[in-house]
Write a protein that binds this ligand. Structure first.
Ligand code: NAP
Length: 181
C-alpha cells in the first residue's frame, strides 16, 4: 500500500470496470488526486488501458479481473480482496447496445432485451417460469393478443358530451347565483 506524505494511508477505491471509458478516466483522475486504485477488467487476453495506467503509476494501481455477470467470478474477487478496506466501491461496469451510435429509437427490441438481460433483468414466460437465453419478439402475435389493440375501448364521445352538458348547466347556475347575490 502506498502512504501519503502525512503517513496516513492514501484513500483507496475499488473500481469495477476500469479497463476503458469512464472507469479508466475516473481511475486516472483519482490517481492525480492521490488515491490508490484497484481497478478491474474482464478476464480476457491482452492489455487494457488500465494496465497502461498501472505501468505509469508504479505500485498505486492493481489490476484485478471480474465479469459481474458471473457470480463465481464475483465470489472469487471477494475472496481475493478479503480483508482489504476501500473508501469507495464504484461499479462503473455497464452494458451498452452493440452499436453505441444508435439512438434509442434505432435500438431493436431484441437488442434492448439483450442489454437488460446482461444487466441482470429476468424475463418470464406467461406461466411464471424464468426464460433463459435469447428472448425473441413476435410483434404480429403480440398485437393480435393485445386487447387494447384488438378490442379497443368504446368511444368516450357520448360520456364526454354528458360531462360537458353538466359543466355548462352548473356554470349557468353559478352565474345566476352570482347575479342574484
Ligand atoms: N459514456 C457515456 O456518455 C455514458 C453516459 C451515461 C451512462 N453511461 C454508463 O456509464 C457506464 C460506463 O460507460 P462507458 O462509456 O465508460 O462504457 P465503456 O467504455 O463501454 O466501458 C465499460 C466498462 O465496463 C466494463 N464491463 C462491461 N461489462 C462488464 C461486465 N459484465 N463485467 C465487468 N466489467 C464489465 C468494461 O470492461 P471490458 O473492457 O472488459 O469490456 C469497461 O471497463 C455504463 O454503464 C454506461 O451505460 C455512460
Amino acid at each position: 500500500m502506498v502512504y501519503s506524505t502525512s503517513h496516513k494511508p492514501c484513500p483507496a477505491i475499488l473500481l469495477i470496470g476500469a479497463s476503458r471509458g469512464l472507469g479508466h478516466a475516473m481511475a486516472a483522475e483519482l490517481l492525480k488526486k492521490g488515491w490508490n486504485v484497484v481497478g478491474t477488467a474482464r478476464p480476457v487476453e491482452g492489455r487494457t488501458q488500465l494496465h497502461d495506467l498501472a505501468d505509469e503509476n508504479q505500485g498505486r494501481v492493481e489490476v484485478e479481473t471480474v465479469d459481474i455477470c458471473e457470480p463465481e467470478q464475483i465470489a472469487a474477487l471477494r475472496a481475493r480482496l478479503s480483508g482489504r478496506v476501500f473508501d469507495i466501491l464504484f461499479v462503473n461496469a455497464g452494458a451498452a447496445n452493440a452499436n453505441p451510435n444508435d439512438t434509442i429509437g434505432e435500438v431493436s427490441t431484441e437488442e434492448f432485451i439483450r442489454v437488460m438481460q446482461e444487466a441482470g433483468v429476468q424475463f418470464y414466460r406467461q406461466d411464471g417460469t424464468p426464460r433463459e437465453g435469447k428472448v425473441r419478439m413476435d410483434w404480429d402475435w403480440l398485437i393480435s393478443v393485445d386487447s387494447l389493440i384488438s378490442q379497443p375501448p368504446r368511444s368516450l364521445g357520448p360520456d364526454l358530451n354528458l360531462v360537458g352538458w353538466f359543466d355548462e348547466r352548473i356554470d349557468i347556475i353559478k352565474r345566476l347565483w352570482t347575479c342574484a347575490a
